[in-house]
Design a protein. Structure first.
Length: 386
């Protein structure tokens, strides 16, 4: 689960889950000292997100500093089993080749600065939109066995992370302008450049994803931004081992719930996804006996569908379902052919996901599935799970 670190004592999910990913983004400006004890609160493995993309968006006022990031990680008291993501500067698709290469080089420079201080816990992030760029990035990291890599799914559509503050949302539309900041810091942090507000074509994102996963095959890859259950399954199928995502909470805010094997359903007045039907309810009831909730199943269904409230239950249920999906994926470890058959059946009535699966399957060099697949849940700026 990914949470902002300032919420570490509050989310109910801490009681029920063991893999967490915390964004340390607030600590660059607020200071890390008062959060130093948080690691002892979590009984499990923790991944640390540096907030590199937030620097590019101008959300962090101070210039990116890998030494400062390493200092924050040390203050927070990481253990040997934890995963540290390097401070990186992701190149964007519409940047020029020269601009992308500068960011790749600067990210690699940051990696080695942090690696000298933090050791093998640190994962370098492989960047690039072409095979040349990806290979160059990997070579600058000296081809480690464990890496992090962004899936770039969010570049296909508008950002909705400000939904709560602005009381608006635009989902399912790929022609609405992005809310990305128009101006962001360059690698030198001394000048500014304009970022194109166009969405990245879906085909480009998935072609680049397969290209990079082919290059990184048989490595342990932490895929950043894996998000929802269907996305997670696709990324596991392509060779990812770890995935983080914030969709469990965002979906709850948008009146969507996850159902094992079946995907997302809408329980609110607005139809953002397909409506919860009898088959979905029966499947939910089958798994509900293991859900950490004192309500009867009928009471639970009423609560998550309330016109006001119900967010906490929807969010907790979505997190619970993601861990079920993780178990489902692990049933197909090292058996990509059987996993492909499962996914084809799962998405038989979903033209979008079936098309994406076949698109990727035709291009993957050799599908393989890792053992012990893991989803790290990710959350937006302010937690509402109490």
């Amino acid at each position: 689960m990914t949470h902002q670190i300032e919420q570490v004592d509050r989310p109910a999910v801490l009681k029920y889950f063991r893999e967490f990913m915390f964004s340390v983004e607030p600590l660059y400006d607020k200071g890390a000292g008062r959060f130093a004890r948080f690691r002892s609160v979590v009984d499990g493995r923790v991944a640390y997100d540096s907030g590199g993309f937030a620097f590019l968006l101008g959300k962090i006022k101070s210039p990116p500093d890998p030494k400062r990031t390493a200092q924050i990680y040390r203050i927070l008291g990481y253990t040997e089993k934890d995963i540290l993501i390097q401070l990186d500067l992701p190149p964007q698709y519409y940047m020029s080749r020269e601009e992308r290469l500068k960011l790749i080089e600067k990210s690699a420079e940051y990696y080695w600065v942090m690696r000298s201080e933090l050791g093998e816990n640190l994962l370098g992030v492989v960047h690039g939109w072409t095979l040349e760029e990806l290979k160059y990035s990997l070579s600058l990291l000296e081809d480690p066995d464990r890496v992090a890599h962004g899936c770039n799914f969010t570049t296909m559509k508008v950002y909705v992370h400000d939904y709560i503050q602005k009381k608006r949302v635009a989902l399912g539309s790929y022609n609405v302008k992005s809310v990305l900041a128009e101006r962001v810091a360059t690698p030198s942090c001394t000048a500014e450049m304009v970022v194109c507000r166009k969405r990245v074509p879906r085909r480009v994102v998935f072609e680049r994803l397969v290209l990079s996963m082919n290059l990184l095959r048989e490595k342990e890859v932490f895929v950043l931004g894996g998000s929802g259950p269907n996305s997670a399954h696709l990324l596991f199928f392509l060779g990812g081992k770890y995935i983080d995502g914030a969709s469990w909470r965002l979906a709850a805010k948008l009146w969507r719930i996850y159902v094992p094997h079946l995907g997302e359903f809408s329980v609110g007045r607005k139809k953002i996804a397909k409506r919860l039907d009898g088959t979905a309810v029966a499947t939910m009831k089958e798994y509900y006996r293991d859900f950490p909730c004192s309500l009867s199943f009928d009471e639970f269904i009423k609560e998550i569908s309330r016109s006001s409230g119900g967010f906490e239950l929807r969010a907790l249920w979505n997190a619970f379902v993601l861990k079920i999906e993780e178990k489902i994926a692990n049933e197909y470890s090292a058996d990509p052919d059987r996993y492909y058959v499962y996914l084809r059946k799962r998405w038989d009535k979903s033209p979008y996901w079936k098309k994406i699966l076949d698109f990727c399957y035709r291009r993957i060099v050799r599908p393989y599935i890792h053992y012990d697949l893991t989803i790290f849940f990710k959350e937006n700026m302010k937690s509402e799970v109490r």
